[in-house]
Write a protein that binds this ligand. Structure first.
Ligand code: 2BA
Length: 108
């Protein structure tokens, strides 16, 4: 068994969770915050049998799209502690996916 941790954009979450549930995957949704943009995103925990991992990754690929995000403040200070606000474009990926081995799984 694997534990898939998928960090996704909030805009894709409802659609992705519905699709995964429809396809028979069990999902836990956590509200999370990206360290770089300091903006909300969603972390999904999905426990899945080894043979279903590729199917799961394909669903994530289909639903989650990369987007360009405009952030108002440069993360770099111009002078010490002085931040000049200006539009800054960053491409956020469709999803960041980690796939981990599960030693033991119990549903009690
Ligand atoms: P954030 O940390 O808010 O990052 C948002 C986007 O900003 C990233 O998109 C990337 O394009 C850019 N970015 C992040 N760190 C950067 C840096 N040090 N220098 C330049 N640009 C940087 P993604 O790579 O698609 O990541 C989307 C979100 O996925 C991240 O939000 C973070 O919450 C998570 N993530 C990505 N890689 C991760 C990792 N290795 N470990 C844990 N979380 C990760």
């Amino acid at each position: 068994m694997k534990l898939v941790i998928a960090i996704t954009q909030d805009d894709d979450t409802a659609n992705l969770v519905s699709k995964l549930t429809e396809e028979g995957f069990r999902v836990t949704k956590l509200a999370s915050t990206g360290g770089f943009l300091k903006a909300g995103n969603t972390t999904l925990l999905i426990g899945v049998d080894d043979e279903k991992v590729e199917e799961l990754v394909k669903v994530i690929e289909k639903v989650c799209k990369p987007r360009e995000v405009t952030t108002a403040v440069s993360p770099m200070p111009l002078v010490e502690d002085t931040y000049i606000p200006y539009p800054y474009n960053i491409k956020v990926g469709g999803a960041t996916v980690f796939i981990l081995d599960v030693d033991r799984y119990e549903r009690i």
